[in-house]
Design a protein around this ligand. Structure first.
Ligand SMILES: [Zn+2]
Length: 223
């Protein structure tokens, strides 16, 4: 089973992708990890990408697509993948279809994890980070005013510039503008399923499994 995961920053997409991969035996293919892997290992594709990045240019689609194609041929993807952060545009979505076709498989579903903007503003703008150990806390869900870790005793927590409410709203606006053509593309193909990303982690996982038409594996059931 091959799935594309879409959802705004702060939607819990990465967490849910990890849980589903674990439960369904899929590989989590996150575009950020692909770039880090290719850059850190100085692969041919990594070298090409770095040349653009050092000039401050966007890495062209063909390099990103080649990284994805490479990744989709690794043995851990045999049961399928959850793609996270790729594709971002309809042309990338078409390239992905071509890769799957070449590998003798196909994309099964596209999941959009839907969380209202104001809920995301609440989640992200409550996030606090320890200057010393980078641990993450939350004003509401995990309230601390100083880091409790011994070696950070007394260290004050701070809010990243990116997490200020006005910055979060601006990031969400950009996300929606960039993603809506892709969402429309998959909706028109009848591949899009929308799942609410509000609620407990376990409830959202259950809703995702149902939307994907997957029975919860018996050993994972709590009843
Ligand atoms: Zn700390």
């Amino acid at each position: 089973m091959n799935i594309v995961f879409l959802g705004p920053p702060g939607s819990g997409k990465g967490t849910q992708a990890d849980i589903l991969c674990e439960q369904l035996g899929l590989a989590h293919v996150a575009s950020g990890d692909l770039f880090r892997y290719n850059l850190n290992n100085d692969t041919e594709l990594g070298k090409k990408a770095r040349a653009y990045m050092e000039r401050g240019d966007l890495v062209p689609d063909d390099i990103t697509i080649a990284m994805v194609k490479d990744r989709l041929q690794q043995p851990d993807t045999a049961q399928g993948v959850i793609l996270d952060g790729f594709p971002r545009t309809p042309p990338q979505a078409e390239a992905l279809e071509a890769i799957f076709a070449e590998l003798g498989t196909s994309l099964d579903k596209v999941v959009y994890l839907n969380v209202p903007d104001e809920e995301i503003v609440l989640r992200l703008s409550g996030r606090l980070i320890c200057r010393k150990c980078q641990a993450t806390f939350h004003k509401v869900y995990n309230p601390f005013t100083t880091c409790p870790h011994g070696e950070c005793n007394g260290e004050y927590l701070y809010q990243r510039e990116d997490d200020k409410p006005e910055t979060v709203r601006a990031r969400l606006k950009v996300y929606h503008e960039q993603t809506s053509p892709l969402v429309d593309y998959y909706r028109q193909k009848g591949m899009l399923v929308e799942v609410s990303g509000v609620g407990s982690i376990a409830d959202i996982t259950a809703a995702l499994l149902e939307a994907l038409g997957v029975e919860t594996p018996p050993e994972k059931r709590s009843d």
